[in-house]
Design a protein around this ligand. Structure first.
Ligand code: NAD
Length: 484
Protein backbone atom coordinates (compact mmCIF):
# COMPACT_ATOMS: atom_id res chain seq x y z
CA UNK A 1 0.00 0.00 0.00
CA UNK A 2 1.37 3.40 -0.92
CA UNK A 3 0.29 6.61 0.70
CA UNK A 4 -2.50 8.25 -1.31
CA UNK A 5 -1.83 11.62 -2.92
CA UNK A 6 -1.44 14.09 -0.07
CA UNK A 7 -2.69 17.67 -0.32
CA UNK A 8 -0.27 19.01 2.30
CA UNK A 9 3.50 18.79 2.83
CA UNK A 10 4.64 15.99 5.12
CA UNK A 11 8.24 17.06 5.74
CA UNK A 12 7.46 20.41 7.34
CA UNK A 13 6.16 21.81 10.61
CA UNK A 14 2.92 23.81 10.74
CA UNK A 15 3.71 26.94 12.75
CA UNK A 16 1.89 30.29 12.94
CA UNK A 17 -0.47 29.35 10.13
CA UNK A 18 2.22 28.27 7.63
CA UNK A 19 4.27 25.25 6.56
CA UNK A 20 7.90 25.74 7.54
CA UNK A 21 11.08 23.70 7.34
CA UNK A 22 12.45 22.48 10.67
CA UNK A 23 15.32 24.61 11.95
CA UNK A 24 17.58 21.56 11.81
CA UNK A 25 16.90 21.22 8.06
CA UNK A 26 16.72 17.49 8.77
CA UNK A 27 14.02 14.93 8.14
CA UNK A 28 13.23 11.48 9.52
CA UNK A 29 12.08 8.44 7.53
CA UNK A 30 8.51 7.21 7.82
CA UNK A 31 7.79 3.51 7.37
CA UNK A 32 4.73 1.57 6.25
CA UNK A 33 4.45 -1.16 8.94
CA UNK A 34 2.57 -3.46 6.56
CA UNK A 35 5.54 -3.70 4.19
CA UNK A 36 8.55 -2.22 5.96
CA UNK A 37 8.97 0.16 3.01
CA UNK A 38 9.75 3.84 3.49
CA UNK A 39 6.73 5.93 2.50
CA UNK A 40 8.02 9.42 3.11
CA UNK A 41 9.98 11.71 5.36
CA UNK A 42 8.84 13.94 8.20
CA UNK A 43 10.41 17.04 9.70
CA UNK A 44 12.88 16.51 12.52
CA UNK A 45 11.52 19.33 14.66
CA UNK A 46 13.45 20.34 17.76
CA UNK A 47 13.78 23.01 20.41
CA UNK A 48 13.95 25.96 17.99
CA UNK A 49 10.76 24.82 16.23
CA UNK A 50 8.97 24.30 19.55
CA UNK A 51 10.11 27.80 20.62
CA UNK A 52 8.62 29.23 17.42
CA UNK A 53 5.38 27.25 17.83
CA UNK A 54 4.96 28.32 21.47
CA UNK A 55 5.67 31.96 20.53
CA UNK A 56 3.01 31.75 17.80
CA UNK A 57 0.52 30.22 20.24
CA UNK A 58 1.37 32.91 22.84
CA UNK A 59 0.69 35.65 20.29
CA UNK A 60 -2.52 33.98 19.11
CA UNK A 61 -3.94 33.69 22.62
CA UNK A 62 -3.93 37.47 22.89
CA UNK A 63 -5.23 38.06 19.36
CA UNK A 64 -8.57 37.66 17.61
CA UNK A 65 -8.95 34.14 19.05
CA UNK A 66 -9.23 35.62 22.57
CA UNK A 67 -12.06 37.90 21.46
CA UNK A 68 -14.00 35.26 19.57
CA UNK A 69 -17.26 34.41 21.40
CA UNK A 70 -17.41 30.82 22.63
CA UNK A 71 -20.16 29.93 20.15
CA UNK A 72 -17.95 31.16 17.27
CA UNK A 73 -15.12 28.91 18.46
CA UNK A 74 -17.66 26.12 18.54
CA UNK A 75 -18.79 26.90 15.00
CA UNK A 76 -15.20 26.69 13.75
CA UNK A 77 -14.73 23.32 15.41
CA UNK A 78 -18.01 22.03 14.02
CA UNK A 79 -17.09 23.32 10.57
CA UNK A 80 -13.74 21.56 10.83
CA UNK A 81 -15.55 18.36 11.84
CA UNK A 82 -17.62 18.57 8.64
CA UNK A 83 -14.44 19.12 6.59
CA UNK A 84 -12.90 16.03 8.21
CA UNK A 85 -15.92 14.06 7.00
CA UNK A 86 -15.25 15.20 3.43
CA UNK A 87 -11.70 13.82 3.80
CA UNK A 88 -12.63 10.56 5.56
CA UNK A 89 -11.59 8.18 2.77
CA UNK A 90 -8.22 9.89 2.28
CA UNK A 91 -7.59 10.07 6.02
CA UNK A 92 -8.40 6.37 6.39
CA UNK A 93 -5.96 5.42 3.63
CA UNK A 94 -3.24 7.66 5.03
CA UNK A 95 -3.66 6.25 8.54
CA UNK A 96 -3.77 2.66 7.28
CA UNK A 97 -0.48 3.20 5.42
CA UNK A 98 1.17 5.06 8.31
CA UNK A 99 0.00 3.01 11.32
CA UNK A 100 -0.73 -0.33 9.62
CA UNK A 101 -4.25 -0.56 10.97
CA UNK A 102 -6.89 -2.32 8.86
CA UNK A 103 -8.75 0.13 6.65
CA UNK A 104 -12.08 -0.18 8.43
CA UNK A 105 -10.46 0.72 11.77
CA UNK A 106 -8.61 3.63 10.17
CA UNK A 107 -11.91 4.85 8.73
CA UNK A 108 -13.58 4.54 12.15
CA UNK A 109 -10.77 6.65 13.61
CA UNK A 110 -11.32 9.38 11.00
CA UNK A 111 -15.06 9.41 11.71
CA UNK A 112 -14.28 9.58 15.44
CA UNK A 113 -12.06 12.63 14.82
CA UNK A 114 -15.02 14.34 13.15
CA UNK A 115 -17.27 13.37 16.08
CA UNK A 116 -14.84 14.86 18.60
CA UNK A 117 -14.77 18.12 16.68
CA UNK A 118 -18.57 18.16 16.44
CA UNK A 119 -18.98 17.31 20.10
CA UNK A 120 -16.53 19.93 21.32
CA UNK A 121 -17.89 22.40 18.79
CA UNK A 122 -21.32 21.98 20.38
CA UNK A 123 -19.90 22.09 23.91
CA UNK A 124 -17.77 25.25 23.52
CA UNK A 125 -20.47 27.63 24.79
CA UNK A 126 -22.00 25.26 27.35
CA UNK A 127 -19.42 25.42 30.14
CA UNK A 128 -20.51 28.09 32.58
CA UNK A 129 -19.26 29.61 35.79
CA UNK A 130 -21.48 29.90 38.87
CA UNK A 131 -22.78 32.57 41.18
CA UNK A 132 -22.06 31.86 44.83
CA UNK A 133 -24.34 33.15 47.63
CA UNK A 134 -21.97 34.91 50.05
CA UNK A 135 -21.85 37.64 52.69
CA UNK A 136 -24.21 40.60 52.59
CA UNK A 137 -22.91 43.26 50.22
CA UNK A 138 -20.97 40.86 47.98
CA UNK A 139 -21.63 39.39 44.57
CA UNK A 140 -19.45 36.39 43.87
CA UNK A 141 -19.14 34.44 40.65
CA UNK A 142 -16.69 32.16 38.88
CA UNK A 143 -15.24 32.38 35.37
CA UNK A 144 -14.01 29.38 33.38
CA UNK A 145 -10.96 30.53 31.46
CA UNK A 146 -8.51 28.84 29.08
CA UNK A 147 -5.09 27.91 30.46
CA UNK A 148 -3.44 29.75 27.55
CA UNK A 149 -1.02 27.58 25.59
CA UNK A 150 -1.59 23.83 25.82
CA UNK A 151 0.96 21.22 24.73
CA UNK A 152 -0.25 17.89 23.33
CA UNK A 153 2.13 14.94 23.01
CA UNK A 154 0.44 11.97 21.37
CA UNK A 155 1.40 8.39 20.47
CA UNK A 156 1.20 6.50 17.17
CA UNK A 157 -1.55 4.02 17.89
CA UNK A 158 -4.70 6.16 17.46
CA UNK A 159 -3.39 9.54 16.27
CA UNK A 160 -6.69 10.90 14.96
CA UNK A 161 -8.78 9.88 17.95
CA UNK A 162 -6.28 11.15 20.49
CA UNK A 163 -5.74 14.46 18.68
CA UNK A 164 -9.51 14.88 18.38
CA UNK A 165 -10.20 14.33 22.04
CA UNK A 166 -7.32 16.39 23.39
CA UNK A 167 -6.76 19.24 20.93
CA UNK A 168 -10.52 19.42 20.23
CA UNK A 169 -11.36 19.96 23.90
CA UNK A 170 -8.49 22.42 24.44
CA UNK A 171 -9.61 24.55 21.47
CA UNK A 172 -13.23 24.51 22.65
CA UNK A 173 -12.11 26.16 25.88
CA UNK A 174 -10.17 28.83 23.97
CA UNK A 175 -6.61 27.55 24.36
CA UNK A 176 -3.94 27.76 21.65
CA UNK A 177 -2.26 24.43 20.96
CA UNK A 178 1.14 23.01 20.12
CA UNK A 179 0.90 19.38 19.01
CA UNK A 180 3.87 16.97 18.93
CA UNK A 181 2.81 13.79 17.12
CA UNK A 182 4.71 10.50 17.37
CA UNK A 183 7.69 10.03 15.07
CA UNK A 184 6.39 6.59 14.01
CA UNK A 185 3.13 7.95 12.60
CA UNK A 186 2.30 11.58 12.12
CA UNK A 187 0.73 12.01 8.68
CA UNK A 188 -2.81 12.50 10.00
CA UNK A 189 -1.54 15.00 12.60
CA UNK A 190 -0.24 17.06 9.68
CA UNK A 191 -3.57 16.52 7.88
CA UNK A 192 -5.23 17.87 11.03
CA UNK A 193 -3.22 21.09 10.63
CA UNK A 194 -4.11 21.31 6.94
CA UNK A 195 -7.83 20.84 7.63
CA UNK A 196 -7.75 23.35 10.51
CA UNK A 197 -6.18 25.82 8.09
CA UNK A 198 -8.88 25.07 5.51
CA UNK A 199 -11.52 25.58 8.23
CA UNK A 200 -10.17 29.08 8.93
CA UNK A 201 -8.64 28.88 12.40
CA UNK A 202 -6.61 32.04 13.07
CA UNK A 203 -2.86 31.62 12.64
CA UNK A 204 -0.99 30.39 15.69
CA UNK A 205 -4.02 28.76 17.31
CA UNK A 206 -2.99 25.30 16.09
CA UNK A 207 0.70 24.42 15.59
CA UNK A 208 2.15 20.99 14.78
CA UNK A 209 5.82 20.12 15.27
CA UNK A 210 6.80 16.54 14.33
CA UNK A 211 10.08 15.16 15.64
CA UNK A 212 11.67 12.77 18.08
CA UNK A 213 10.31 12.43 21.59
CA UNK A 214 13.60 13.25 23.30
CA UNK A 215 14.03 16.35 21.11
CA UNK A 216 10.74 18.04 20.12
CA UNK A 217 8.72 16.21 22.82
CA UNK A 218 11.10 17.06 25.64
CA UNK A 219 11.39 20.68 24.45
CA UNK A 220 7.59 21.04 24.52
CA UNK A 221 7.15 19.43 27.93
CA UNK A 222 9.88 21.63 29.46
CA UNK A 223 8.86 24.89 27.79
CA UNK A 224 8.16 27.71 30.30
CA UNK A 225 5.64 29.26 27.87
CA UNK A 226 3.30 26.25 28.03
CA UNK A 227 0.50 26.31 30.62
CA UNK A 228 -0.84 22.76 30.45
CA UNK A 229 0.43 19.48 29.01
CA UNK A 230 -1.70 16.62 27.82
CA UNK A 231 0.38 13.49 27.32
CA UNK A 232 -0.76 10.13 25.98
CA UNK A 233 1.85 7.41 25.94
CA UNK A 234 3.96 5.12 28.07
CA UNK A 235 4.48 5.21 31.83
CA UNK A 236 8.25 5.98 31.71
CA UNK A 237 7.78 8.96 29.38
CA UNK A 238 4.69 10.08 31.33
CA UNK A 239 6.87 10.21 34.43
CA UNK A 240 9.38 12.46 32.61
CA UNK A 241 6.56 14.71 31.44
CA UNK A 242 5.17 15.07 34.93
CA UNK A 243 8.64 15.94 36.26
CA UNK A 244 9.10 18.59 33.58
CA UNK A 245 5.65 19.99 34.33
CA UNK A 246 6.51 20.13 38.03
CA UNK A 247 9.49 22.40 37.27
CA UNK A 248 7.14 24.83 35.55
CA UNK A 249 4.33 24.20 38.08
CA UNK A 250 1.77 23.46 35.40
CA UNK A 251 -1.03 20.87 35.36
CA UNK A 252 -0.73 17.68 33.32
CA UNK A 253 -3.16 15.11 32.02
CA UNK A 254 -1.51 11.72 31.74
CA UNK A 255 -3.24 9.02 29.66
CA UNK A 256 -0.95 6.04 30.07
CA UNK A 257 -1.10 2.28 29.71
CA UNK A 258 -3.30 -0.49 31.02
CA UNK A 259 -3.79 -4.18 31.72
CA UNK A 260 -7.53 -4.11 31.51
CA UNK A 261 -9.52 -7.15 32.67
CA UNK A 262 -12.84 -8.62 31.59
CA UNK A 263 -14.54 -10.60 34.36
CA UNK A 264 -16.77 -13.37 33.02
CA UNK A 265 -19.09 -14.99 35.56
CA UNK A 266 -20.91 -18.30 35.17
CA UNK A 267 -24.26 -16.55 34.61
CA UNK A 268 -22.96 -14.39 31.70
CA UNK A 269 -24.49 -14.47 28.24
CA UNK A 270 -21.47 -16.03 26.55
CA UNK A 271 -22.85 -15.64 23.02
CA UNK A 272 -23.03 -11.89 23.58
CA UNK A 273 -19.69 -11.73 25.37
CA UNK A 274 -17.57 -13.77 22.97
CA UNK A 275 -16.94 -11.19 20.21
CA UNK A 276 -16.16 -8.46 22.77
CA UNK A 277 -13.83 -10.71 24.76
CA UNK A 278 -11.63 -11.30 21.72
CA UNK A 279 -11.99 -8.02 19.80
CA UNK A 280 -11.05 -5.98 22.85
CA UNK A 281 -7.73 -7.80 22.92
CA UNK A 282 -6.78 -7.88 19.25
CA UNK A 283 -8.12 -4.56 17.94
CA UNK A 284 -5.26 -2.53 16.44
CA UNK A 285 -3.07 -5.61 16.95
CA UNK A 286 -3.43 -5.16 20.72
CA UNK A 287 -1.71 -1.77 20.53
CA UNK A 288 -4.52 -0.05 22.39
CA UNK A 289 -4.16 1.51 25.83
CA UNK A 290 -7.58 0.17 26.77
CA UNK A 291 -6.98 -3.26 25.21
CA UNK A 292 -8.40 -6.05 27.33
CA UNK A 293 -5.34 -8.22 27.80
CA UNK A 294 -6.69 -10.23 30.76
CA UNK A 295 -9.74 -12.51 30.63
CA UNK A 296 -10.78 -13.56 34.14
CA UNK A 297 -13.07 -16.56 33.86
CA UNK A 298 -15.29 -18.19 36.51
CA UNK A 299 -14.14 -21.76 36.93
CA UNK A 300 -17.53 -23.48 36.27
CA UNK A 301 -17.53 -22.10 32.69
CA UNK A 302 -13.77 -21.95 32.20
CA UNK A 303 -13.24 -24.99 29.95
CA UNK A 304 -16.30 -24.32 27.85
CA UNK A 305 -15.41 -20.65 27.32
CA UNK A 306 -11.74 -21.40 26.64
CA UNK A 307 -12.79 -23.78 23.85
CA UNK A 308 -15.00 -21.10 22.28
CA UNK A 309 -12.31 -18.41 22.63
CA UNK A 310 -9.78 -20.75 21.03
CA UNK A 311 -12.11 -21.42 18.09
CA UNK A 312 -12.43 -17.70 17.52
CA UNK A 313 -8.67 -17.21 17.72
CA UNK A 314 -8.07 -19.96 15.15
CA UNK A 315 -10.25 -17.97 12.74
CA UNK A 316 -8.34 -14.66 13.15
CA UNK A 317 -6.45 -13.54 10.07
CA UNK A 318 -3.46 -11.20 10.08
CA UNK A 319 -2.23 -9.23 7.08
CA UNK A 320 -1.52 -5.82 5.59
CA UNK A 321 -3.76 -2.87 6.35
CA UNK A 322 -5.02 -2.83 2.76
CA UNK A 323 -6.35 -6.40 3.10
CA UNK A 324 -8.63 -5.13 5.90
CA UNK A 325 -8.45 -8.33 7.95
CA UNK A 326 -8.96 -8.85 11.69
CA UNK A 327 -5.43 -7.79 12.61
CA UNK A 328 -2.73 -5.68 10.93
CA UNK A 329 1.00 -5.50 11.61
CA UNK A 330 2.63 -4.02 14.71
CA UNK A 331 3.90 -0.47 14.28
CA UNK A 332 7.62 -1.30 14.01
CA UNK A 333 10.30 -3.96 14.17
CA UNK A 334 11.06 -2.67 17.67
CA UNK A 335 7.47 -3.20 18.85
CA UNK A 336 7.50 -6.69 17.33
CA UNK A 337 10.67 -7.49 19.20
CA UNK A 338 9.14 -6.23 22.50
CA UNK A 339 6.06 -8.43 22.02
CA UNK A 340 8.20 -11.41 20.96
CA UNK A 341 10.26 -10.89 24.12
CA UNK A 342 7.12 -11.14 26.25
CA UNK A 343 6.07 -14.32 24.44
CA UNK A 344 9.50 -15.81 25.13
CA UNK A 345 9.02 -14.99 28.83
CA UNK A 346 5.68 -16.82 28.63
CA UNK A 347 7.18 -19.95 27.07
CA UNK A 348 6.06 -21.89 30.17
CA UNK A 349 2.41 -21.02 29.51
CA UNK A 350 -0.18 -23.07 27.63
CA UNK A 351 -0.89 -21.71 24.15
CA UNK A 352 -4.63 -22.31 23.82
CA UNK A 353 -4.80 -20.98 20.25
CA UNK A 354 -3.18 -18.74 17.66
CA UNK A 355 -4.47 -16.71 14.75
CA UNK A 356 -2.83 -17.00 11.33
CA UNK A 357 -0.72 -14.63 9.25
CA UNK A 358 -1.92 -14.89 5.65
CA UNK A 359 0.56 -16.36 3.18
CA UNK A 360 0.60 -13.23 1.04
CA UNK A 361 1.53 -10.87 3.90
CA UNK A 362 4.58 -8.84 2.76
CA UNK A 363 7.78 -10.25 4.27
CA UNK A 364 8.98 -6.83 5.45
CA UNK A 365 5.82 -6.22 7.55
CA UNK A 366 5.88 -6.51 11.35
CA UNK A 367 3.37 -9.31 11.83
CA UNK A 368 2.64 -11.36 14.91
CA UNK A 369 -0.14 -13.96 15.02
CA UNK A 370 -2.51 -13.27 17.95
CA UNK A 371 -1.93 -15.63 20.88
CA UNK A 372 -4.36 -16.84 23.55
CA UNK A 373 -2.59 -18.12 26.66
CA UNK A 374 -4.45 -20.27 29.20
CA UNK A 375 -4.14 -21.16 32.89
CA UNK A 376 -2.06 -18.09 33.64
CA UNK A 377 -1.32 -17.22 37.28
CA UNK A 378 -2.34 -13.65 38.15
CA UNK A 379 1.20 -12.77 39.24
CA UNK A 380 2.89 -13.98 36.03
CA UNK A 381 4.69 -11.17 34.15
CA UNK A 382 2.37 -11.63 31.17
CA UNK A 383 -0.62 -11.14 33.47
CA UNK A 384 0.77 -7.97 35.04
CA UNK A 385 2.78 -6.02 32.46
CA UNK A 386 1.40 -4.17 29.46
CA UNK A 387 2.46 -6.14 26.34
CA UNK A 388 0.95 -3.84 23.68
CA UNK A 389 0.51 -6.65 21.21
CA UNK A 390 -2.19 -9.18 20.25
CA UNK A 391 -1.82 -11.37 23.33
CA UNK A 392 -4.53 -12.25 25.85
CA UNK A 393 -4.15 -14.32 29.00
CA UNK A 394 -6.96 -16.37 30.52
CA UNK A 395 -6.98 -16.47 34.33
CA UNK A 396 -9.45 -18.72 36.18
CA UNK A 397 -11.18 -17.59 39.43
CA UNK A 398 -13.43 -19.31 41.98
CA UNK A 399 -15.63 -16.54 43.35
CA UNK A 400 -16.47 -12.86 43.10
CA UNK A 401 -14.04 -11.72 45.79
CA UNK A 402 -11.17 -13.49 44.09
CA UNK A 403 -12.16 -12.05 40.70
CA UNK A 404 -12.13 -8.50 42.09
CA UNK A 405 -8.83 -9.08 43.87
CA UNK A 406 -7.21 -10.32 40.63
CA UNK A 407 -8.76 -7.47 38.62
CA UNK A 408 -7.19 -4.99 41.05
CA UNK A 409 -3.83 -6.73 41.33
CA UNK A 410 -1.86 -4.79 38.67
CA UNK A 411 -0.36 -1.31 38.88
CA UNK A 412 -2.83 -0.12 36.21
CA UNK A 413 -6.47 0.90 36.30
CA UNK A 414 -7.77 2.10 32.96
CA UNK A 415 -10.77 0.05 31.86
CA UNK A 416 -12.61 -3.11 32.98
CA UNK A 417 -15.73 -5.01 32.11
CA UNK A 418 -18.01 -7.33 34.01
CA UNK A 419 -20.07 -10.00 32.28
CA UNK A 420 -22.90 -11.27 34.50
CA UNK A 421 -26.70 -11.31 34.52
CA UNK A 422 -26.75 -10.75 38.30
CA UNK A 423 -27.70 -7.09 38.80
CA UNK A 424 -26.40 -6.86 42.36
CA UNK A 425 -23.05 -8.30 41.29
CA UNK A 426 -22.88 -5.81 38.42
CA UNK A 427 -23.23 -2.93 40.90
CA UNK A 428 -20.82 -4.39 43.47
CA UNK A 429 -18.15 -5.10 40.89
CA UNK A 430 -18.48 -1.71 39.20
CA UNK A 431 -17.80 -0.06 42.57
CA UNK A 432 -15.03 -2.43 43.68
CA UNK A 433 -12.90 -2.39 40.52
CA UNK A 434 -10.13 0.23 40.37
CA UNK A 435 -10.45 1.73 36.90
CA UNK A 436 -11.44 4.91 35.10
CA UNK A 437 -14.18 3.15 33.14
CA UNK A 438 -16.17 0.01 33.97
CA UNK A 439 -18.45 -1.59 31.40
CA UNK A 440 -21.28 -3.95 32.26
CA UNK A 441 -22.09 -6.62 29.69
CA UNK A 442 -20.11 -4.82 26.98
CA UNK A 443 -16.61 -3.52 26.42
CA UNK A 444 -15.87 0.05 25.35
CA UNK A 445 -19.49 1.11 24.70
CA UNK A 446 -18.54 1.88 21.11
CA UNK A 447 -15.87 4.33 22.26
CA UNK A 448 -18.38 7.21 22.72
CA UNK A 449 -16.76 10.65 22.55
CA UNK A 450 -19.19 11.71 25.29
CA UNK A 451 -17.75 9.30 27.90
CA UNK A 452 -15.05 10.62 30.24
CA UNK A 453 -11.90 8.53 29.89
CA UNK A 454 -8.70 8.17 31.89
CA UNK A 455 -7.05 6.05 34.49
CA UNK A 456 -6.11 5.51 38.09
CA UNK A 457 -2.77 4.22 39.35
CA UNK A 458 -0.14 3.94 36.63
CA UNK A 459 -2.79 4.37 33.95
CA UNK A 460 -2.49 8.08 34.67
CA UNK A 461 -4.64 10.90 35.95
CA UNK A 462 -6.97 13.54 34.61
CA UNK A 463 -9.83 12.86 32.23
CA UNK A 464 -10.27 13.40 28.51
CA UNK A 465 -13.41 12.95 26.39
CA UNK A 466 -16.87 14.17 27.30
CA UNK A 467 -17.57 17.41 29.15
CA UNK A 468 -15.10 16.39 31.85
CA UNK A 469 -12.17 17.20 29.53
CA UNK A 470 -13.35 20.80 29.30
CA UNK A 471 -12.77 21.29 33.02
CA UNK A 472 -9.24 19.92 32.65
CA UNK A 473 -8.47 22.26 29.75
CA UNK A 474 -9.61 25.34 31.67
CA UNK A 475 -8.97 27.08 34.95
CA UNK A 476 -11.42 28.66 37.38
CA UNK A 477 -11.31 32.26 38.52
CA UNK A 478 -13.40 33.47 41.46
CA UNK A 479 -14.56 37.09 41.34
CA UNK A 480 -15.82 38.62 44.59
CA UNK A 481 -17.27 42.14 44.34
CA UNK A 482 -17.95 44.14 47.52
CA UNK A 483 -20.58 46.68 46.64
CA UNK A 484 -22.35 47.18 49.95
P1 NAD B 1 5.82 6.75 24.16
O1 NAD B 1 5.64 7.20 25.55
O2 NAD B 1 7.09 6.14 23.78
O3 NAD B 1 5.58 7.96 23.12
C1 NAD B 1 4.43 8.76 23.18
C2 NAD B 1 4.79 10.16 22.71
O4 NAD B 1 5.76 10.71 23.62
C3 NAD B 1 5.42 10.23 21.32
O5 NAD B 1 4.96 11.39 20.66
C4 NAD B 1 6.90 10.36 21.63
O6 NAD B 1 7.62 11.02 20.60
C5 NAD B 1 6.87 11.21 22.88
N1 NAD B 1 8.09 11.12 23.70
C6 NAD B 1 8.95 10.10 23.79
N2 NAD B 1 9.97 10.41 24.62
C7 NAD B 1 9.72 11.65 25.08
C8 NAD B 1 10.39 12.53 25.99
N3 NAD B 1 11.53 12.19 26.59
N4 NAD B 1 9.83 13.73 26.25
C9 NAD B 1 8.66 14.09 25.67
N5 NAD B 1 8.00 13.32 24.78
C10 NAD B 1 8.52 12.11 24.49
O7 NAD B 1 4.60 5.77 23.92
P2 NAD B 1 4.31 4.89 22.66
O8 NAD B 1 5.15 3.68 22.69
O9 NAD B 1 4.32 5.75 21.46
O10 NAD B 1 2.78 4.48 22.94
C11 NAD B 1 2.48 3.34 23.65
C12 NAD B 1 2.05 3.68 25.06
O11 NAD B 1 1.03 4.67 25.06
C13 NAD B 1 1.43 2.49 25.74
O12 NAD B 1 1.88 2.39 27.07
C14 NAD B 1 -0.05 2.79 25.71
O13 NAD B 1 -0.81 2.14 26.68
C15 NAD B 1 -0.07 4.26 25.86
N6 NAD B 1 -1.32 4.85 25.35
C16 NAD B 1 -2.23 5.30 26.25
C17 NAD B 1 -3.45 5.81 25.80
C18 NAD B 1 -4.47 6.32 26.79
O14 NAD B 1 -5.37 7.02 26.37
N7 NAD B 1 -4.39 6.01 28.06
C19 NAD B 1 -3.73 5.85 24.45
C20 NAD B 1 -2.77 5.36 23.56
C21 NAD B 1 -1.56 4.86 24.03
Amino acid sequence: MTVPALWYPTDKCFVDGGWVDPASGETLPLENPSTGAQIGRIARGGKADIDAAVAAAQAARHGEWARLPAFERGRLLTHMGRLVLTHVDALAEIEAADVGKPLKQARADAVALARYLEFYGGAADKIHGETIPYLDGYTVYTLREPHGVTGHIVPWNYPMQIIGRSVGAALAMGNCCVLKPAEEACLTALAFAAIADEAGFPKGVINVVPGLGEEAGAALSEHPGVHHISFTGSVPVGTLIQRAAASNVIPVTLELGGKSPQLVFEDADLDAALPFLVNAGIQNAGQTCSASSRLLVHRPIHDQLLERLAARYEGLRVGPASADLDVGPLISAQQKSIVSGFLARGADLEVAARGKIIDTAPVGGHYIAPVLLAGVAPDHALARDEIFGPVQVVIPFDDEDEAIAIANSTDFGLVASVWTSNGARQMRAAKAIHAGQVFINNYGAGGGVELPFGGVGKSGHGREKGFEALYGFSTLKTVAALHG
